[in-house]
Design a binder for this molecule. Sequence first.
Ligand code: F6P
Length: 378
Amino acid sequence: MVKKVAIITNGGDCPGLNAVIRAIVKTAETHGVECYGYIEGYKGLLENNYIKLESNGSASGLLHRGGTIIGASNSTNLFNYPVEENGQKVYKDMSYKAVENVKQAGFDCIFTLGGDGTQKSARDFTLRGLNIIGVPKTIDNDVAHSEITFGYNTAVSVATEALDRLHSTAESHHRIMTLEVMGRYAGWIALESAIAGGADAAIIPEIPYDINKIVEKVNKRKADGKKFSIIVVSEGAKPKDGEMIVKKTMNDGKGLDNIRLGGIGEKLARDLEELTGMVSRNTVLGYVQRGGTPTAYDRVLSTKYGSKAMELALEGKFNVLVTLKNGKLDSVPLEEVVGNNKEIGARSGGTESTNIKRVTMDDDLVKVARDLDICLGD
Ligand code: F6P
């Protein structure tokens, strides 16, 4: 019998986190279960830092609120955690301490709201004896086995609005506009917003691009009397003969993704200006994609995910990730979500063994983009 549960929100924040928290809390209350929230993701487990969540108290007024009321951490890997020993920084497995804390606090289940890295750690904690239910979060929409992650629809809407605005200024000045959006290893945001915003090219990490193909597209438009072009590019995109542009490497983030991307939009704009002779400008959309209020779609999705997560806990179905399958709420074992990335505490996100959901060439969005003559850089 589940009596006491806790939530963590881990990784980069994302619209809909608070809506999931609200749905878990309300469903828990409906069934007489007490609900708590760990502060700042997995770090809260180690620091034993949690608060009571109640729909008439700390968890009130959450549905439309961006961010997360319990904070998030996107560099904490408790299986490989930096600690000071004799004035030196060393990495240690602190997961046993976290498990002890959770057991002492008496939590029957932990809900892990997070992306690929978070669910990898969640699986690892199940092997240390915790009951976990994951909820797939990330604006990038790249969590394996989930049809859609919450936060993604909001990010696509923000990118689409940006494209609408770029259209009018591009047209006025006869310019090429590049828009760099998020998406480290998966190009969902770029591809879907390009379709929604009527862009001329969508350049994604899954298709290393040939600059000549984009030049051809821009020149063809010019020949057809269209004096501007709009190009959406994922931050993780790379040229056919080149690499992703890494802005910063954070060696401390050993346990999780330790690179910060950025700059491919600027490079594309520069190269296109040189090769087409057209004035080009770049816009980096950045964190506005992640901040602020969720769309109606994301509010409903987050609410569905939250209530399903609590229902699974009540049924005693632990160590799974809540998903949508063919539009219906479902779940898959966390073991399947980590794929080949089996090693406990191993890095995740962008490693070869990682199991993130990338755009595949047979996806409807790819076919639609090709039908609409949106250049994919190949
Ligand atoms: O994983 C979501 C994401 O938005 C990525 O697309 C982006 O690269 C990353 O977060 C940046 O997060 P931060 O700067 O907070 O580490």
